[in-house]
Ligand binder design. Structure first.
Ligand code: CU
Length: 149
């Protein structure tokens, strides 16, 4: 009888933890990525653009980005200057848009220069959420997405 109590408590805690992981559809952040691309780099730096949509009821925070291609930082643009930021928010029922002239991913120290037609893999890291893998197709250096893309 004495042993049954802690075992039951442990099993219950485990069930609650599993429920917490599985109910993202109702109370968590629901992230999806679209429109990802990288203009073909012309130096040992490159930019990456994508849109992260959040259909969930809870905001998410992009805290870092990693890639085999090199170091990745998240930049904001204000006026003509860009600066590194430590995180960007993906609001609930909203989106975070990384686009040319705005916030973007910045790749530095490229181990190789990817070419048009190739794909660059990145991992988006979010506070308290599973990381999200994204493939960025490499586009011509002058590529601009059409509206509604
Ligand atoms: Cu930048």
């Amino acid at each position: 009888m004495r042993r049954a109590v802690p075992v039951t408590a442990f099993a219950l805690a485990g069930a609650l933890a599993l429920a917490g992981c599985g109910d993202e559809g109702s109370s968590g952040a629901e992230l999806s990525v679209s429109g990802a691309y990288m203009p073909q780099p012309v130096s040992d730096m490159a930019a990456g653009f994508l849109t992260i949509a959040n259909d969930g009821d809870r905001g998410a925070r992009l805290t870092s980005v990693t890639s085999d291609l090199g170091e990745v930082t998240v930049h904001e643009t204000s006026g003509q200057a860009m600066r590194e930021v430590s995180s960007l928010d993906v609001p609930a029922h909203g989106s975070l848009v990384l686009e040319s002239g705005g916030s973007h991913l910045m790749f530095g120290g490229l181990v190789k220069r990817p070419e048009e037609g190739q794909t660059v893999s990145v991992t988006l890291h979010f506070s308290g959420l599973d990381p999200v893998e994204v493939d960025l197709p490499v586009k011509p250096a002058t590529y601009r997405p059409t509206s509604g893309n």
